[in-house]
Design a protein around this ligand. Structure first.
Ligand SMILES: [Fe+2]
Length: 512
């Protein structure tokens, strides 16, 4: 019941009610119009009861006609209420009883509203945390890079937990030593990870704390002194592990809360939940990479087995893939194709002759020129290859390179006789790569051409066999370097981690 309502009810029974704030200013003066109160006496009652900070009802006046008590909120007086019952002393007992009930209900109302406020605050926080975890789990696509995902985690955490800086460090092997590498971060971290080994020290401390059964390392000056020595900028800190297959692979750190002095159990829970999602993501990525490597390994084994049918074409598909990638990379500098297109062109180069699996060995292995009939059989291999791969939905994007790698710019190629710009880009690129490798490889019926002679042959056939624009891009590229890559298999790729097979990365371009 509100104070005004209570005062009104009392007024109907002829009782005067005063309400004071804690500075004894009158907030409410309600009169029952039956008698005039002594305002000074009422104020004195209020003063006395306020000094006592008591919620119990005090009586004053000879006949106990003035009843007063504090309205308590959070253990202290928030206001004082005084009821003047007037000269009719017999009603003061009734008023005392009513006042007691009112005070009790008033106090309960305050407690309830505080609890509602607390719960709704906690609910809002929990909702935000849930949304963060939901956002992260919906972003857990294996085709997304680790770094994007980890950055999303840091950015989203920054929106919920008000700190100066958040970062994720992952343990990586660099030149035979394990180092913690900054993999994502937002804001300004109070730990200097560049100039000294403070991150490594923190990582060790966190592992010690975890070994003792805690869920996180937290430290601050609250409750005495810091547990550890930190750089001067650290006011408070939290570090939680990223664990994958029971192994700690990194940690998430946050420093210097903006609105509080220390990280609490809710923070520890949230940081651990987010770090777990990050670790699961990294684990999935590793599995995905294993699968990609397995798939590319199988595909390479397959094309190698086809190449091996003819001793003179050993390694041909691998080299065509590398040359196709080389041309695509140079083409991408001036035209609008991206990294994924380059990866698809590489794969179409690798698998361009996969259809030879359907060509008889007599034809494939025949030394010397093919008869017209044999040549007709051989011409089926692009369509056979495209047919095999069309069974695999993810391969659909590389089919043009396989089906059209024998189309000529002048329209005299096969299987469709497409000309000029009707030939898909992949087909044009693989055509040049395939021809260059064929010319520079020894065949049963002729010696290998020198690189220079092969390039002259390509130049002479621009506009006939080869697309002039793409041919020129190839001819103008640093062929000596390409030749070195083909001989050594070493590819210093600016976009690509050289420790991982490019083919495995390229397979990723086919998974959406
Ligand atoms: Fe071919």
């Amino acid at each position: 019941m509100q104070i005004k309502e209570f005062a009104q009810e009392m007024a109907e029974s002829g009782i005067n009610i005063f309400v004071y704030d804690i500075s004894l200013n009158v907030l409410l003066n309600s009169s029952g119009q039956k008698f005039i109160s002594d305002n000074e006496a009422a104020a004195k009652c209020a003063e006395e009861v306020l000094a006592s900070q008591s919620g119990a009802i005090a009586e004053s006046g000879k006949t106990g006609q003035m009843l007063s008590c504090c309205l308590i909120s959070d253990g202290t007086a928030a206001a004082v209420i005084v009821a003047d019952c007037g000269p009719e002393t017999q009603i003061s007992r009734f008023v005392k009883y009513a006042l007691r009930i009112f005070v009790r209900s008033f106090q309960n109302d305050i407690k309830n509203s505080q609890q509602i406020e607390l719960i709704s605050g906690e609910l809002a926080q929990t909702y935000e945390e849930l949304m963060l975890l939901y956002k992260m789990s919906t972003n857990m696509k294996v085709s997304q890079s680790d770094l994007n995902f980890l950055q999303l985690a840091c950015d989203s955490m920054m929106e919920i937990v008000r700190v100066e800086g958040i970062a994720i460090f992952l343990e990586k092997k660099i030149e035979d030593t394990r180092k913690l590498v900054l993999s994502a971060g937002t804001g300004l971290l109070a730990i200097d990870h560049k100039s000294d080994n403070s991150v490594e020290i923190l990582f060790e401390r966190m592992q010690d704390v975890l070994a003792s059964g805690s869920d996180a390392l937290t430290d601050s000056e609250v409750n005495g002194v810091y547990k550890y020595e930190w750089s001067v900028r650290v006011e408070n800190i939290i570090a939680v592990p990223l664990s994958c297959n029971n192994k700690i692979i990194g940690m998430m750190i946050a420093t210097n809360l903006l609105d509080r002095n220390d990280f609490d159990t809710n923070n520890i829970r949230l940081f651990n939940a987010v770090a777990t999602e990050c670790a699961i993501f990294i684990g999935n990525q590793n599995h995905f990479m294993d699968l990609k490597e397995l798939l590319i390994g199988s595909l390479k084994a397959l094309v190698n087995s086809i190449d091996a049918k003819d001793q003179y074409t050993r390694g041909h598909s691998d080299r065509v893939a590398i040359i196709s990638k080389w041309i695509a990379e140079h083409y991408s500098k001036s035209k609008k194709i991206g990294q994924e297109d380059i990866q698809k062109i590489y794969l179409s180069g690798l698998l361009h002759d996969i259809g030879k699996i359907g060509i008889s060995e007599e034809v494939l292995k025949k030394p010397g020129k093919l008869t017209e009939e044999e040549y007709e059989e051989m011409k089926n291999h692009p369509a056979i290859g495209a047919g095999i791969l069309s069974e695999i939905q993810q391969m659909s994007e590389i089919l043009p390179g396989i089906l059209h790698h024998h189309e000529r710019f002048d329209g005299k190629g096969y299987p469709k006789g497409l000309a000029a710009n009707n030939i898909p880009l992949m087909g044009k690129i693989v055509m040049i790569a395939d021809s260059f490798d064929a010319m520079t490889s020894e065949r049963t019926y002729r010696k290998a051409l020198s690189v220079d002679d092969a390039l002259k042959e390509i130049e002479a056939n621009l506009g006939r066999q080869f697309d002039p624009a793409i041919g020129q891009i190839f001819l103008k590229s640093d062929i000596t370097k390409l030749w070195e890559i083909l001989q050594t298999g070493q590819n210093d790729d600016q976009y690509h981690d050289s420790s991982i097979d490019f083919g495995a990365t390229a397979i990723g371009a086919l998974v959406h």
